[in-house]
Design a protein around this ligand. Sequence first.
Ligand SMILES: C[C@@](CO)(OP(=O)(O)O)[C@H](O)COP(=O)(O)OP(=O)(O)OC[C@H]1O[C@@H](n2ccc(N)nc2=O)[C@H](O)[C@@H]1O
Ligand SMILES: Nc1ncnc2c1ncn2[C@@H]1O[C@H](COP(=O)(O)OP(=O)(O)O)[C@@H](O)[C@H]1O
Length: 274
Amino acid sequence: MIREHAYAKINLALEIVRKRDDGYHELKSLMIPIELKDELIFTKGVGLNFASNVAIADNSIIKVYEVMKNRYNVKEGVSISLIKEIPVGAGLGGGSADIAATIRGLNRFWQLNLDSKEMRKLSIELGSDTLFCLYNSPAIITGRGEYIEFINSEMKFEHITLVVPNYQTSTKEAFKHVTFYQHDNEKFEQIKKSFIENKRDDLKDALYNDMLDANFILHNESRLYFKALQTQGLKPHLSGSGSVIYFLDLNQDELERLRELTPSNYQIIKTKQL
Ligand SMILES: C[C@@](CO)(OP(=O)(O)O)[C@H](O)COP(=O)(O)OP(=O)(O)OC[C@H]1O[C@@H](n2ccc(N)nc2=O)[C@H](O)[C@@H]1O
Ligand SMILES: Nc1ncnc2c1ncn2[C@@H]1O[C@H](COP(=O)(O)OP(=O)(O)O)[C@@H](O)[C@H]1O
Protein backbone atom coordinates (compact mmCIF):
# COMPACT_ATOMS: atom_id res chain seq x y z
CA MET A 1 0.00 0.00 0.00
CA ILE A 2 1.23 3.47 -0.89
CA ARG A 3 -0.09 6.74 0.50
CA GLU A 4 0.35 10.19 -1.02
CA HIS A 5 -0.72 13.56 0.35
CA ALA A 6 -2.04 16.16 -2.09
CA TYR A 7 -1.58 19.58 -0.51
CA ALA A 8 -3.62 22.67 -1.37
CA LYS A 9 -2.03 26.01 -2.27
CA ILE A 10 -2.89 29.66 -1.89
CA ASN A 11 -1.78 32.43 -4.24
CA LEU A 12 -0.18 35.26 -2.24
CA ALA A 13 0.14 37.32 -5.42
CA LEU A 14 -1.46 36.55 -8.76
CA GLU A 15 -0.85 38.54 -11.92
CA ILE A 16 -2.38 37.89 -15.32
CA VAL A 17 0.27 38.84 -17.81
CA ARG A 18 -1.46 38.24 -21.17
CA LYS A 19 -3.69 35.91 -23.14
CA ARG A 20 -1.77 33.32 -25.13
CA ASP A 21 -2.52 32.02 -28.61
CA ASP A 22 -3.62 28.65 -27.17
CA GLY A 23 -6.37 30.39 -25.19
CA TYR A 24 -4.61 30.04 -21.83
CA HIS A 25 -3.40 33.03 -19.87
CA GLU A 26 0.20 33.69 -18.99
CA LEU A 27 0.42 34.09 -15.21
CA LYS A 28 2.92 35.19 -12.60
CA SER A 29 2.16 34.01 -9.11
CA LEU A 30 3.77 33.62 -5.73
CA MET A 31 2.27 30.51 -4.17
CA ILE A 32 2.66 28.69 -0.89
CA PRO A 33 1.51 25.18 -0.03
CA ILE A 34 -0.78 24.76 2.97
CA GLU A 35 -1.50 21.85 5.31
CA LEU A 36 -5.05 21.29 4.04
CA LYS A 37 -4.81 18.13 1.93
CA ASP A 38 -6.41 15.24 0.10
CA GLU A 39 -5.14 11.74 0.64
CA LEU A 40 -4.61 9.13 -2.08
CA ILE A 41 -4.15 5.46 -1.30
CA PHE A 42 -2.77 3.05 -3.91
CA THR A 43 -3.31 -0.72 -3.51
CA LYS A 44 -3.32 -3.74 -5.82
CA GLY A 45 -6.13 -3.91 -8.37
CA VAL A 46 -7.17 -5.25 -11.74
CA GLY A 47 -7.37 -2.48 -14.34
CA LEU A 48 -8.31 0.70 -12.46
CA ASN A 49 -10.59 0.62 -9.40
CA PHE A 50 -11.22 4.20 -8.40
CA ALA A 51 -13.17 5.28 -5.32
CA SER A 52 -13.68 8.71 -3.83
CA ASN A 53 -15.57 10.18 -0.86
CA VAL A 54 -16.62 13.09 -3.13
CA ALA A 55 -18.20 12.49 -6.55
CA ILE A 56 -16.39 14.46 -9.27
CA ALA A 57 -17.25 13.91 -12.93
CA ASP A 58 -14.21 13.12 -15.13
CA ASN A 59 -11.84 13.01 -12.22
CA SER A 60 -8.35 14.05 -13.40
CA ILE A 61 -6.85 11.11 -11.50
CA ILE A 62 -8.32 8.72 -14.08
CA LYS A 63 -6.66 10.65 -16.92
CA VAL A 64 -3.30 10.47 -15.14
CA TYR A 65 -3.70 6.70 -14.72
CA GLU A 66 -4.51 6.24 -18.42
CA VAL A 67 -1.63 8.38 -19.66
CA MET A 68 0.95 6.75 -17.38
CA LYS A 69 -0.29 3.20 -18.02
CA ASN A 70 -0.07 3.65 -21.80
CA ARG A 71 3.13 5.65 -21.89
CA TYR A 72 5.12 3.28 -19.71
CA ASN A 73 3.43 0.13 -21.00
CA VAL A 74 2.28 -0.98 -17.55
CA LYS A 75 0.46 -4.33 -17.40
CA GLU A 76 -0.40 -4.19 -13.69
CA GLY A 77 -3.63 -2.57 -12.45
CA VAL A 78 -4.20 -0.42 -9.38
CA SER A 79 -6.90 0.59 -6.90
CA ILE A 80 -6.86 4.28 -6.04
CA SER A 81 -8.88 5.70 -3.13
CA LEU A 82 -9.23 9.46 -2.91
CA ILE A 83 -10.14 11.02 0.42
CA LYS A 84 -10.98 14.56 -0.56
CA GLU A 85 -10.72 17.32 2.05
CA ILE A 86 -9.81 20.24 -0.26
CA PRO A 87 -12.99 22.04 -1.34
CA VAL A 88 -13.62 21.74 -5.09
CA GLY A 89 -13.61 24.80 -7.38
CA ALA A 90 -12.21 26.88 -4.56
CA GLY A 91 -8.97 28.29 -5.99
CA LEU A 92 -7.00 25.99 -3.69
CA GLY A 93 -5.66 23.85 -6.54
CA GLY A 94 -7.15 20.57 -5.32
CA GLY A 95 -7.39 19.08 -8.82
CA SER A 96 -3.76 19.96 -9.59
CA ALA A 97 -2.64 18.57 -6.22
CA ASP A 98 -4.41 15.26 -6.95
CA ILE A 99 -2.78 15.05 -10.40
CA ALA A 100 0.68 15.59 -8.91
CA ALA A 101 0.02 13.09 -6.09
CA THR A 102 -1.15 10.50 -8.64
CA ILE A 103 2.04 10.97 -10.67
CA ARG A 104 4.17 10.51 -7.52
CA GLY A 105 2.02 7.63 -6.28
CA LEU A 106 1.93 5.61 -9.53
CA ASN A 107 5.65 6.16 -10.03
CA ARG A 108 6.22 4.51 -6.64
CA PHE A 109 3.45 1.89 -6.88
CA TRP A 110 4.48 0.62 -10.32
CA GLN A 111 8.19 1.14 -9.54
CA LEU A 112 8.66 3.12 -12.74
CA ASN A 113 11.77 4.94 -11.47
CA LEU A 114 10.91 8.04 -13.48
CA ASP A 115 13.57 10.69 -13.13
CA SER A 116 12.70 14.21 -12.07
CA LYS A 117 12.81 15.49 -15.67
CA GLU A 118 10.17 12.94 -16.72
CA MET A 119 8.00 13.70 -13.68
CA ARG A 120 8.14 17.40 -14.47
CA LYS A 121 7.24 16.75 -18.10
CA LEU A 122 4.23 14.65 -17.10
CA SER A 123 2.96 17.19 -14.60
CA ILE A 124 3.20 20.10 -17.05
CA GLU A 125 1.32 18.08 -19.65
CA LEU A 126 -1.46 17.00 -17.27
CA GLY A 127 -2.48 20.26 -15.59
CA SER A 128 -1.93 23.90 -14.64
CA ASP A 129 -0.14 24.53 -11.33
CA THR A 130 0.69 20.81 -11.25
CA LEU A 131 4.44 21.34 -11.30
CA PHE A 132 4.11 23.43 -8.14
CA CYS A 133 2.08 20.62 -6.54
CA LEU A 134 4.78 18.09 -7.39
CA TYR A 135 7.16 19.85 -4.98
CA ASN A 136 4.97 21.69 -2.43
CA SER A 137 7.46 24.42 -1.68
CA PRO A 138 7.00 28.22 -1.83
CA ALA A 139 7.65 29.31 -5.40
CA ILE A 140 6.99 31.78 -8.16
CA ILE A 141 5.31 30.16 -11.11
CA THR A 142 5.10 31.68 -14.56
CA GLY A 143 3.52 30.70 -17.86
CA ARG A 144 0.65 28.34 -17.12
CA GLY A 145 2.66 27.08 -14.19
CA GLU A 146 5.23 25.30 -16.34
CA TYR A 147 8.10 27.48 -15.09
CA ILE A 148 8.95 27.44 -11.43
CA GLU A 149 11.40 29.36 -9.27
CA PHE A 150 11.65 28.08 -5.71
CA ILE A 151 12.02 30.67 -3.00
CA ASN A 152 14.22 30.18 0.00
CA SER A 153 12.82 32.06 2.95
CA GLU A 154 12.28 31.93 6.70
CA MET A 155 8.76 33.24 6.06
CA LYS A 156 6.20 30.83 7.48
CA PHE A 157 2.52 31.56 7.98
CA GLU A 158 1.36 29.58 11.02
CA HIS A 159 -2.15 31.06 11.04
CA ILE A 160 -4.02 30.95 7.76
CA THR A 161 -7.80 31.17 7.87
CA LEU A 162 -9.83 30.06 4.86
CA VAL A 163 -13.45 30.99 4.24
CA VAL A 164 -15.17 28.62 1.81
CA PRO A 165 -18.32 30.31 0.47
CA ASN A 166 -21.39 28.29 -0.48
CA TYR A 167 -20.66 28.86 -4.19
CA GLN A 168 -17.87 27.53 -6.41
CA THR A 169 -15.99 29.40 -9.13
CA SER A 170 -15.28 27.85 -12.49
CA THR A 171 -11.73 28.85 -13.44
CA LYS A 172 -12.75 28.87 -17.10
CA GLU A 173 -15.60 31.32 -16.43
CA ALA A 174 -13.42 33.53 -14.27
CA PHE A 175 -10.83 33.87 -17.05
CA LYS A 176 -13.56 35.00 -19.43
CA HIS A 177 -14.12 38.06 -17.24
CA VAL A 178 -10.57 39.06 -16.37
CA THR A 179 -9.27 42.58 -16.60
CA PHE A 180 -5.70 43.07 -17.86
CA TYR A 181 -3.93 45.48 -15.54
CA GLN A 182 -0.70 47.24 -16.47
CA HIS A 183 1.58 46.34 -13.61
CA ASP A 184 4.93 47.81 -12.91
CA ASN A 185 7.36 44.86 -12.71
CA GLU A 186 8.68 46.45 -9.54
CA LYS A 187 5.44 45.61 -7.69
CA PHE A 188 5.88 41.85 -7.98
CA GLU A 189 9.65 42.07 -7.37
CA GLN A 190 8.94 43.93 -4.14
CA ILE A 191 6.64 41.14 -2.95
CA LYS A 192 9.27 38.56 -3.81
CA LYS A 193 11.92 40.56 -1.95
CA SER A 194 9.68 40.92 1.13
CA PHE A 195 9.06 37.17 1.12
CA ILE A 196 12.77 36.32 0.79
CA GLU A 197 13.80 38.83 3.44
CA ASN A 198 10.98 37.73 5.74
CA LYS A 199 9.45 41.22 5.91
CA ARG A 200 6.04 40.03 6.92
CA ASP A 201 4.13 43.30 7.22
CA ASP A 202 5.51 44.67 3.95
CA LEU A 203 4.48 41.47 2.21
CA LYS A 204 0.98 41.44 3.70
CA ASP A 205 0.35 45.04 2.68
CA ALA A 206 1.42 44.41 -0.93
CA LEU A 207 -0.61 41.30 -1.86
CA TYR A 208 -2.85 41.45 -4.92
CA ASN A 209 -4.87 39.18 -7.16
CA ASP A 210 -5.81 40.19 -10.71
CA MET A 211 -8.74 37.78 -10.67
CA LEU A 212 -10.60 39.56 -7.87
CA ASP A 213 -12.74 41.72 -10.16
CA ALA A 214 -13.70 38.71 -12.27
CA ASN A 215 -14.74 36.97 -9.06
CA PHE A 216 -16.88 39.98 -8.12
CA ILE A 217 -18.51 39.94 -11.57
CA LEU A 218 -19.41 36.27 -11.18
CA HIS A 219 -20.51 36.55 -7.53
CA ASN A 220 -21.96 39.81 -6.32
CA GLU A 221 -22.20 38.14 -2.92
CA SER A 222 -18.39 38.01 -2.87
CA ARG A 223 -18.15 41.76 -3.57
CA LEU A 224 -20.51 42.53 -0.69
CA TYR A 225 -18.74 40.16 1.68
CA PHE A 226 -15.31 41.67 0.89
CA LYS A 227 -16.71 45.16 1.48
CA ALA A 228 -18.24 44.17 4.83
CA LEU A 229 -15.00 42.56 5.97
CA GLN A 230 -12.86 45.54 4.92
CA THR A 231 -15.24 47.97 6.62
CA GLN A 232 -14.65 46.05 9.82
CA GLY A 233 -10.86 46.33 9.45
CA LEU A 234 -10.18 42.82 8.17
CA LYS A 235 -7.92 42.09 5.18
CA PRO A 236 -9.44 39.43 2.93
CA HIS A 237 -7.54 37.94 -0.02
CA LEU A 238 -8.82 35.80 -2.85
CA SER A 239 -6.95 32.59 -3.67
CA GLY A 240 -6.56 31.85 -7.39
CA SER A 241 -9.81 32.32 -9.28
CA GLY A 242 -11.71 31.80 -6.02
CA SER A 243 -14.04 31.20 -4.45
CA VAL A 244 -11.96 30.81 -1.26
CA ILE A 245 -11.09 33.94 0.68
CA TYR A 246 -8.09 33.72 3.00
CA PHE A 247 -6.70 35.75 5.89
CA LEU A 248 -3.16 35.79 7.27
CA ASP A 249 -2.25 35.98 10.96
CA LEU A 250 -5.73 36.66 12.38
CA ASN A 251 -5.72 37.23 16.13
CA GLN A 252 -8.55 36.01 18.39
CA ASP A 253 -10.45 39.28 18.21
CA GLU A 254 -10.24 39.38 14.39
CA LEU A 255 -11.30 35.75 14.17
CA GLU A 256 -14.40 36.49 16.23
CA ARG A 257 -15.21 39.48 14.00
CA LEU A 258 -14.80 37.24 10.98
CA ARG A 259 -17.17 34.65 12.46
CA GLU A 260 -19.80 37.34 13.11
CA LEU A 261 -19.60 38.65 9.53
CA THR A 262 -19.59 35.25 7.83
CA PRO A 263 -22.85 33.67 6.64
CA SER A 264 -23.61 30.44 8.52
CA ASN A 265 -23.55 28.42 5.29
CA TYR A 266 -19.92 29.38 4.61
CA GLN A 267 -17.22 27.18 6.10
CA ILE A 268 -14.26 28.51 8.08
CA ILE A 269 -11.10 26.37 8.04
CA LYS A 270 -7.97 27.08 10.08
CA THR A 271 -4.76 25.86 8.50
CA LYS A 272 -1.09 26.81 8.16
CA GLN A 273 1.71 26.95 5.62
CA LEU A 274 3.17 23.51 4.98
C1 LIG B 1 -5.85 30.38 -11.95
C2 LIG B 1 -5.13 29.39 -11.08
C3 LIG B 1 -3.89 30.11 -10.46
O1 LIG B 1 -3.33 29.36 -9.43
O2 LIG B 1 -5.82 29.02 -9.94
P1 LIG B 1 -7.17 28.21 -9.53
O3 LIG B 1 -8.04 29.17 -8.87
O4 LIG B 1 -7.90 27.66 -10.69
O5 LIG B 1 -6.68 27.15 -8.61
C4 LIG B 1 -4.65 28.16 -11.89
O6 LIG B 1 -3.56 28.44 -12.71
C5 LIG B 1 -5.70 27.49 -12.72
O7 LIG B 1 -5.44 26.12 -12.72
P2 LIG B 1 -6.60 25.04 -13.06
O8 LIG B 1 -7.82 25.31 -12.28
O9 LIG B 1 -5.97 23.70 -12.92
O10 LIG B 1 -6.92 25.39 -14.56
P3 LIG B 1 -7.17 24.43 -15.82
O11 LIG B 1 -8.08 23.31 -15.40
O12 LIG B 1 -5.87 24.08 -16.45
O13 LIG B 1 -7.94 25.41 -16.79
C6 LIG B 1 -9.32 25.64 -16.75
C7 LIG B 1 -9.63 26.71 -17.78
O14 LIG B 1 -9.22 27.98 -17.28
C8 LIG B 1 -8.61 28.76 -18.28
N1 LIG B 1 -7.21 29.03 -17.92
C9 LIG B 1 -6.58 28.31 -16.97
C10 LIG B 1 -5.27 28.59 -16.62
C11 LIG B 1 -4.61 29.63 -17.30
N2 LIG B 1 -3.33 29.94 -17.02
N3 LIG B 1 -5.24 30.34 -18.25
C12 LIG B 1 -6.55 30.06 -18.57
O15 LIG B 1 -7.13 30.72 -19.44
C13 LIG B 1 -8.73 27.96 -19.58
O16 LIG B 1 -9.92 28.38 -20.20
C14 LIG B 1 -8.88 26.54 -19.09
O17 LIG B 1 -9.61 25.74 -20.00
N1 LIG C 1 -9.43 15.27 -8.38
C1 LIG C 1 -10.07 16.42 -8.59
N2 LIG C 1 -10.21 17.30 -7.58
C2 LIG C 1 -10.85 18.49 -7.80
N3 LIG C 1 -11.40 18.85 -8.96
C3 LIG C 1 -11.30 18.01 -9.99
C4 LIG C 1 -10.65 16.76 -9.85
N4 LIG C 1 -10.71 16.14 -11.05
C5 LIG C 1 -11.38 16.95 -11.88
N5 LIG C 1 -11.74 18.08 -11.26
C6 LIG C 1 -12.46 19.23 -11.90
O1 LIG C 1 -11.59 20.37 -11.85
C7 LIG C 1 -12.33 21.56 -11.56
C8 LIG C 1 -11.44 22.50 -10.74
O2 LIG C 1 -11.34 21.99 -9.45
P1 LIG C 1 -10.27 22.44 -8.35
O3 LIG C 1 -8.91 22.06 -8.76
O4 LIG C 1 -10.76 21.92 -7.05
O5 LIG C 1 -10.48 24.00 -8.29
P2 LIG C 1 -9.54 25.23 -8.55
O6 LIG C 1 -9.00 25.09 -9.95
O7 LIG C 1 -10.41 26.41 -8.40
O8 LIG C 1 -8.46 25.19 -7.52
C9 LIG C 1 -13.58 21.09 -10.81
O9 LIG C 1 -14.70 21.79 -11.23
C10 LIG C 1 -13.71 19.61 -11.13
O10 LIG C 1 -14.79 19.35 -11.99
